[in-house]
Design a protein around this ligand. Structure first.
Ligand code: SF4
Length: 312
C-alpha cells in the first residue's frame, strides 16, 4: 500500500462509527477541483526505487485512453503544491472526503517514509487505538488501485476494525473482490458528473470509464452493504439537468440507465466546493452558490429522498 497521510479521528466520515482515515497515494483521475494533489501525483514514489515493485501501471495518470485537453490537468498534477505538507495533516473534527481538504492535527507519519516503515507505523497506531476507535476509512487518492488492498484490509480486520472504502468507482473488480471477501462495511462512491461525461471533462482518460462506473453502481446496488453517493457541486460538471439524470441513474442503479428509473433510498450527499488550492486552477469551473446547491438537493430528492447537503 502506498499511503500519504492519516487522520487520527473522525466522527463524521463513517456513519455511526468513530474512525481514523488512511489516505492512499496515487489516482487515475484528474478532477480539476481535487484538493489533494500530493495524493494524486506519484512524484515521490516514482523517484524511489524501493517502490517500483508496487508501482502499478494503474497508478500512472491516464494509463489508457487518448490524451486530449486533460494533458494540461495531468501536467498540473505532477507538481506538488506548496501546501502539500498541510494537506497531509488532518483535523479530528472536519469531515474529509475524496479530494476534499481538511485542516490539521499532527498525523503519526506524513507519507514520506519508506512504504514498509509507513505500514509499520500505521499498524502501531491501529494497535494502540484498539478499543478507542472502531473503524478505519480508506480514502485517497484511489484506494482500489492498490494491488495489496485486500491484504491490507484483512490485516485491519484482524484488529477488529470496521472498514469504510471511499472510491471514485473506476475499479469495479477490486470492489467486488473486497466484497466477496467480506472486507468492507460501508462504501462511498463519488458521482462527479454523468458517467458518460467523465472522459469528455477529463476526470478520467480511460476509454471504458463509463462502463466501469455503471458496473460499480450495479455492484453497490446488489452488495447488501450500506453505501452512499457523493457529488461535489461545481459547474459545468454539475447542473440541474445533470442532477436529474444522475437521480434517475441512481434510481435505476446504473444497469438500466434512464429507462425505468425508480425512487431509491440510497443516501446521496452534496458537497459545496472550495476552489482554492486545487489540482487544476486553470480549468474553467465555478463553485455553485449555496442557493443553487439547495435547489439541486431539492430536485434530486424527488427521486432520491435521501439526497442531502453534507453536514446538514
Ligand atoms: S478521484 Fe479523488 S483523489 Fe482522485 S483526482 Fe479526483 S478528487 Fe482527487
Amino acid at each position: 500500500m502506498l499511503t500519504g497521510g492519516l487522520q487520527k479521528l473522525t466522527t463524521l466520515d463513517f456513519p455511526g462509527v468513530v474512525s481514523s482515515i488512511v489516505f492512499t497515494k496515487g489516482c487515475n483521475f484528474r478532477c480539476p477541483y481535487c484538493h489533494n494533489p500530493e495524493l494524486v501525483a506519484l512524484g515521490f514514489y516514482l523517484k524511489n526505487p524501493k517502490h517500483q515493485s508496487t508501482s502499478d501501471a494503474d497508478l500512472m495518470p491516464h494509463a489508457t485512453g487518448q490524451p486530449t485537453q486533460a494533458a494540461t490537468v495531468q501536467e498540473a498534477a505532477t507538481t506538488v503544491p506548496a501546501n502539500a505538507s498541510q494537506l497531509l495533516e488532518h483535523s479530528s473534527a472536519a469531515q474529509t472526503s475524496h479530494g476534499q481538504a481538511a485542516t490539521s492535527a499532527p498525523s503519526p507519519y506524513c507519507g514520506n517514509l519508506e512504504p514498509r516503515a509507513e505500514m509499520e507505523e500505521l499498524f502501531r497506531f491501529l494497535h494502540k487505538r484498539q478499543g478507542l476507535i472502531d473503524g478505519l476509512v480508506i480514502s485517497g487518492g484511489e484506494p482500489c488501485l492498490q494491488p495489496d488492498l485486500p491484504e491490507f484490509c484483512r490485516e485491519v480486520r484482524k484488529l477488529g476494525y470496521k472498514i469504510k472504502l471511499d472510491t471514485n468507482g473506476s475499479r469495479p473488480q477490486m470492489l467486488q473482490t473486497l466484497l466477496d471477501s467480506s472486507l468492507l462495511d460501508y462504501v462511498a462512491m463519488d458521482l462527479k458528473t454523468l458517467p458518460a461525461a467523465y472522459f469528455k471533462y477529463g476526470f478520467c482518460r480511460e476509454a471504458d470509464i463509463e462502463s466501469r462506473l455503471l458496473q460499480t453502481m450495479d455492484i453497490l446496488r446488489d452488495c447488501g452493504l450500506p453505501y452512499e453517493y457523493r457529488t461535489t457541486c461545481v459547474a459545468p460538471f454539475i447542473d440541474r439537468e445533470i442532477i436529474l439524470e444522475l437521480a434517475q441513474l441512481i434510481g435505476a442503479s446504473g444497469r438500466t440507465g434512464m429507462a425505468g428509473a425508480a425512487k431509491t433510498d440510497t443516501p446521496w450527499y452534496f458537497q459545496k466546493a472550495r476552489l482554492n488550492n486545487v489540482l487544476s486552477p486553470e480549468t474553467p469551473m465555478e463553485a455553485l452558490s449555496d442557493e443553487t446547491v439547495a435547489e439541486l438537493v431539492a430536485e434530486a430528492a424527488k427521486l432520491a429522498p435521501k439526497a442531502a447537503l453534507r453536514g446538514e
